[in-house]
Design a protein around this ligand. Structure first.
Ligand SMILES: [Zn+2]
Length: 87
């Protein structure tokens, strides 16, 4: 199955035709932020809804389930901001 040709159908939120793209998604696993790149997904041009197919979802779940076996390609620093003024 070609990623680019996968038919994600219509957006279940707004009904717009979803476009196949490659995105990145972030997940919090046991207090650690993990960014997964090169995720084939459908993105709605209207409302921004993102859809991954079952195969991709399982692939992500399997990857995140084994943090020690992850193929970490790079590490990034992430800014953290607070809406509360520092005491
Ligand atoms: Zn939509």
């Amino acid at each position: 199955m070609s990623e680019a040709n996968y038919d994600y159908g219509a957006c279940h939120t707004c009904g717009e035709a979803v476009i196949a793209r490659t995105i990145q998604q972030d997940f919090w696993i046991k207090g650690q932020l993990i960014v997964v790149e090169n995720v084939p997904a459908g993105v709605c041009p209207q409302c921004g809804e993102k859809i991954v197919n079952a195969e991709t979802g399982q692939q992500i779940a399997a990857t995140l389930a084994k943090p020690d076996a992850m193929n970490v390609t790079r590490t990034i620093n992430v800014p953290v901001v607070s809406l509360k003024a520092a005491a």
